[in-house]
Structures are given as C-alpha cells and as structure tokens.
Design a protein. Sequence first.
Lengths: 486, 441
Amino acid sequence: MKYDKLIFELSKPGRVGYVLPEQNIPSADLSSLFDQSLLRNEEPALPEVAELDIVRHYTNVSRLNFGVETGFYPLGSCTMKYNPKINDEVASLPVFRNIHPEQPEASLQPLLKLYDETATMLSHISGMAATSLAPFAGAHGELTGLMIMKAYHERRGDAKRTKIIIPDSAHGTNPASAAMLGYECITIKSGPNGLVDLASLQENLSPEVAGIMLTNPNTLGLFEEDICEISRLVHQSGGLLYYDGANLNALLGIARPGDMGFDIMHMNLHKTFSTPHGGGGPGSGPVSVAAHLADLLPNPRVVNENGHYKIVENKQAIGRIGGFFGNFLIVVRAYAYIRTMGQALRKVGPYAVLNANYVKEKLRAFYLLPIDGHFMHEFVFNGLIDKSTGVRTLDIAKRLLDHNIHAPTIYFPLLFEQSIMVEPTEDESKETLDQFIAIMAKIAKEAISEPDCVKLAPHFTPVGRLDEVAAARKPIVNYRDYAKQV
Amino acid sequence: MNHKYLPHTEDDVQSMLEVLRLGSLDALFTHIPANIRYRGDYDLPPALSESQLRTHLANSGGTILTSFRGFGAYDHERPSIIDALSSRQEFLTSYTPYQPEVAQGTLQYIFEFQSVVCELTGLDVSNASMYDGATAAAEAMMMAVTLTGKPRVLISASLLPHVLEVLKTYAHFREVRLDIVETADGCIDKAKLDKMMEEPFAALMLAYPNRYGIVEDLTPYAQSAHDKQALLIAYADLVALSIFKTPAHSGADICCGEAQSLGLPLSFGGPYLGYLATINKYVRKMPGRICGMTTDNRGQRAYVLTLQAREQHIRRDKANSNICSNQSLMALQATIYAVAMGKKGLQEVAKRSIAATHYLADRLVKTNLFKLSFASPYAYEVTLDYKKSLRKLNELLLAQGYLGPHPLTDHQGVFYASEKMTKDDIDLFVAKVTEADHEIR
C-alpha cells in the first residue's frame, strides 16, 4: 500500500511546527489598528502539525517520485542529465541566498561580476553577441525573444509582419509563445526526410512574416542540414531566425547557433547546463541575440564599466519581463557547471549523440523508425514494428516504469501516431544503455507473448493507471473540495 | 582525460562506434556543413576542482546586510526542514509529472500547494505555479482580456514598480491598453477611477497591501468593476491573507501575486514563486498547471494533471498561455513553510511583522526626523517622509551593514520589519538612523 495521507489529514488542533523569536515589543491589536471589515472573518484552515509529522510526511511523499538519481530517465527533448551536487551546494551559499534584490551596487560587486561572466560564457558557447539571464524558463525565453523580434520590426516601422513560421515538429511552446504576442502561426510541414522543406518555406515567406522559430537539431533529433540556406532565405525576405535552444545539448562541441545565422535564441539552463528540473521548475531560459539586437534585451541589465559593475535600465530595451534578475540561484548552478566542466563541455555533444545513435541502432529491429537519417542526441520511434498485438506506445511507456526506468517522451512529436522520443544524455554509461536496450527488447517480445501484461502496466509502481476522465469531469483541486465530498 | 560526469571509456566508445559501423566520433557529424562546425576550444578559464569552485564562489557573492526593506522581497523566519525536504532528489531532479504513476510525490504537493493558496485567498482553484509575482500579474491581466474580450485594463499605481513595469511590457506587445489609476494619500483616487471606468475595460487590478504598506478594502472596487462587466484582480501577499479579508470575500475574480513571502530565501530576486487563483467559472481560461484528485485502477486515491486542454503541449497556438516549466520546487518550499507555520503560525507571523513595523514607525517618528506619509492603516510596511536625503541616509546605513528603506523619492521611503526583528534590533537600527542623520547636512 502506498503512503496515502494529505498533510491536512495529519492536523490536530494545538500542534505547531514553528518557533518564533521573542520580540519584546507590544503585540499588534488588529481590531484597534484596522476596521473590522478589513479582517478575515475565519481563520485559514491550514494544518496544525508538529515538525516530525511534516518531515515524515514529505519524506514519504517524496518516495512516490522518480528522479534522475532513481534511475535512467531518457525523456526526449528534456535532457534529463545528472544534476551535480556541488552546484546545489554552492548555490545555497548565504552570499547568494541572503541577498535582497534591491541591494545597492556597492554591496554586490563580486555577485554582479559572476552574473555578467555567466552571460558572457553563454554568449560565447552559443555564438551570439549578448545574453540576458532574466527569462525564467524556456517558454519565457521564447516569449522574450519574440518580443525582441517584434520590437525589431516595430522600430524599423514595419507593421505588416504579423506572422511567424513554425515547423510542424516544433515544441508546443513555440506556437503558444507566438500566439501570446498576437502573431499568427504558419505551420509548415516537414519534408519526407523530417527536415524543413525548403520549397514550402519559400512559398510561405512574405513581407508579412516576422520570422521563423526553429529547433536544431529538431524534435526528431535531426540536424537541419539546410540551415544556412534557410537563414539566407528568411533574412532575404526581411525576417529573423529564432533558435529554440531546447536541444542545444547536442551541439556542445559541435556547432553554435550564432554561426548558423540565428538572430535570437534561448537556452534552457535546466537542460543543457545541468540545473535540476525540480518537478517542473524553477528553470532558467537565458536569451541571446546577435549584435544588432543587443540593445533590445530586457531590463535590468548588468554592465561592466572598467571593472565596476552597474545595474542599468536601457531605454531601447523591450522593458522588464520579470520582477528582478531572473532565477538567479539557477544561474549560479549553471555557472558552477560550466566552470567545473571547462573544455570537457566539448565532449558533451559527441557523447550524447553517440549514446542516442547506439540505442537507436540496437532497437530498430523491434521498434519502427519512421524516418532514418543522421540522428543527433535523440530519435523517435513510431511504436512497435509489429502492431498486430494492439500494444501501443502508452503501454510500452507504462511497462518501462515497472523496470525502474522512466518513460521516454510519448506522443510527441505529433508527426507520428505512436511517437516514442528517446534522449539518453552524455552522462549515461554503456552499461545503463545496454540495460535499457535489453528491457525495451524484452517488452517488444512481451507484447507478442503476453500482450495483456503490457497493456495493464504498470504493475509495480505506487499507483496504477489513473482515471483522468473522472479528474477532468468533476475536478477536485484542493482539500476543501475533497473534504466537502467526504 | 575523462571527466567525472562523462563515463565513456575508450573501449566503450570503440565498441559503440562498431555497432554504428563508424570509425570515429567525428564521423557522427559528417552531415553538418563544414562552414558551421565549431572545432576550436571554448573560450573558458581553466576548469576548477570542487574545492577551487567552493572558494571562488564564496568570494563571488554579495554583502549580507541587515534589511529593513521589503518592497517585493520579504525576509521571514525559515524552518530548516524546507531545504532539507525540498532538496531530496525525488523532488529536485524529477521532471514535470507527465507520468503520474511515478510522480505522485510532485502531484501530491502540488495538490497541497493549491489547497494552501485556495485557503488563503478564499478562491475556488489555484494553479501551480507562475514564475513570479510580476509575471503572474501579467498572466492575470491577459486572462481578464481573454475572458471579457476588452483590450483595456486599469492598473493601480500603488502596485510595486517592478510589477507595473512587467505589466507594461506584456500589455505593449499584446496590444492591450494599460491605464494607470493614480493614488491620493496612499490609496486609490476614487474620483479619478470613476472617470476611468466610463470607458470599457477588462479588469481593475489592485494591490493588497499596496506598495506603501496600506491595506485598502477591495469590496467597493469589486462592486464597481462588476457593475461595468469587468473583473477585479487582487495582487495580494499570502502572509497578509492569513489575517485580512480574503480576496474572494471581497468579490475578487482573480487573485495573483508573489509567494516568496512564504518562506523563500531572498536569493537576489529568484527563484521566487508566482501564484494565480480564480473562481470556478473562469477555470478554463486559467494559465498553468492544475492538479486534480482521482483514483487509479487499483482503487487508490491518486493525483493527476487535469484540465490540460488549456495548455501549450495540447493546444499549441490556442493555449491560454505558453507556460511550461514553472516554479514547482518553490511551490513545494512554500507549502512546507505554510504547513509548518500552520493555522496559528502564519497569522502570528503577520501579526508580529505588523507589531514590529508599527514599533519601528513609532520610534522613527519619535526622533522627529520622520513623519507618517499617509493616514491610512498600514500593515508590515510603512511609508515615512524624511526631510533630508534618503539616498545619503541609505549610503551611511550601508556602511553600517544595513539595507535602509526603499526610496520612493529622495524624501519618502518604505520601511519593513518582520517577526524576526526584536526590540533590540529595531532600537539599534533607529539609533544608527539617528547617528547617520547627524552626519547629513
């Protein structure tokens, strides 16, 4: 039986989980300070629990989760690499954590230097001219980057560019980010080789197109080999190129987006630069631009003036896109990663690509490789080769969980009906990959010999398959909803 | 030489390449055009060992100050269990809970976080989560524009400046007209607001408490917004909501804000935690992740991401927002803080912070160097007028290891004191302020 308590269910009136300092000042009499109409009429129904209750509760809750340290996590497009301990350790130093964001420059010089150096290193690794560390996540970086694109056309007085070209293989965030800024999305179909179809691109380019958003390698794991021609065509028609850095890991030591002609890009520090995913954040999505767009980067900026670091607001900038300086403690972790890796960063791309190709080659006898090509850091199968058993991608994913392996990304990209997208990062050993290959092969055989076992998986996880329909039909989204029902 | 994060031995590489029928690692990349291959070293300083890194970074931070400033970043007593529990690898290193069978840990704390936010705001449903308070406000603004179909919003001038700046950026690029409602005596200027409400608008957004520390009753504003078929958005502090009338009770349709005050460290501004809650009627236009309770095929109570047809990975350009990664781990930290403080403790934190700030204000006013800027009741921030230069005062305080008030002008500043401050701490600060004042002409 899995651990099954909500913290609210451990509550007992009179228990406390805190100690506050003795202040020795008169206590506040709320009813004399504020009109009664301003005060809450009932106490918030938060739990009353002692510290050990809380510690046991969240320890037990945590054990229902699978992390990178639990086992292999080949989640495509998510780059689930190891999150080094030393990075967490240094990010928790009081000289970073106990710093108020409004502290004056004079009290921040070494910190601002670190901040500026991180931006400079990221600019160099991506081949761009300047970087802002303000965006909080990949999608936030996309939004920021597209604001820069819009501002670029605005200041050229070109108001007609209301469309963005996005390949059908793109991450869902790309069209969502474009739509948030009022752009109309033109989806272009991938060619039979899985790459951008140049003819289709040319057909869609016009003076109404603000730019194109590309992931390279794309979500099939394929490198856009025509990137220089794509760049020429888009620029020729007056548009800009946006690089979605979700798959940047493949390119470490191999190529740089800036050299391919991209004007704007974001990086996911929580993918390429090893910071933890945190169960869905906090991430960090720095945006880098070519020199001609540098003045549009968001505020606030940190600038180095002859060794003195200043925080400035630039009038040309798109404005502020977040409260302060981004997810600073995540930036510190990425800095720590880059500094402890040094030139070893150049091996990241090659080993990640070697791992992906090795797994793909070993498994293509069982799983359908819908498009063959030169794969980079990830690849996509379209389910099993033998589909007669009715075993689907979802079933394979769930069966993997029984073997202490996290499922790959499934049903994405949308190009195939039964997509399974596998990304084994550079820090996985050949032994781990061989084990994964053996289990994937075993599941393929099991699909024939014992299809129901696969279709009913998982069997050994804390919970089985969930009733998602019931969850959506009658949402119970907080403890109050639940308590009302019981 | 290999690196400790790269396990490949030469034999591994050779045998893997043989499977691929390739002669070298370089042969994996023959399809990449030669003119864009990057073959050089990276321009990076030499790699550091862990002890070198530790030393280097210990000297790369800021100076830790004793802070009497909040203004969007609030220091509170933090139980050590927050870090101990949230740094467990199961929480720290997992992805978004797309495979719920192995992510019940994340899903359950998200459910608990939503429960805490709903309890404090009084609203029906909370997401989990937004990046920070400012971007949560921007999402709330756009949600209201979508719900009402009216591309104009009224925003209180007493929101924190950095929140206003972010709203302006989003409004500009979304082609939403953002009109600022001015304040008078630290509160909304009702006459001006009434005039501005004559033209159609999607929502009125008010701060609770506002940048001056003042707590204004939202009820009449909710009423007048609703009379004009517009929404009321409260930008509220969750610690304050433990004692003040809930936004739901006041009639707010959406409540959003910065949840850093729920026990998150100052961290030079991030990672923080935005939250956004609303009433049931509007849930389908809400951005971000929502976790719901359900059962599994073994009959157990379990949790799953729900109402996902609002989100980018399903709806692409038709999604309510592009948000994907959010601040999940910070939502866990805030939840642990909120339950550790619990029903009584969170109210105690609010009350003691109010007591500390009022004591500080009284002491500063007694020096005759300061006076209260406004007559309205304030909570744990207070705005004071100062005859001399606040810039100079803050410089002198900095030399003494203090972060002084946020200067709204050179003669008006916002002070903050929390439950961490004792009488001695405050008396000492007041003495330092008085000393510094003597040095200013």
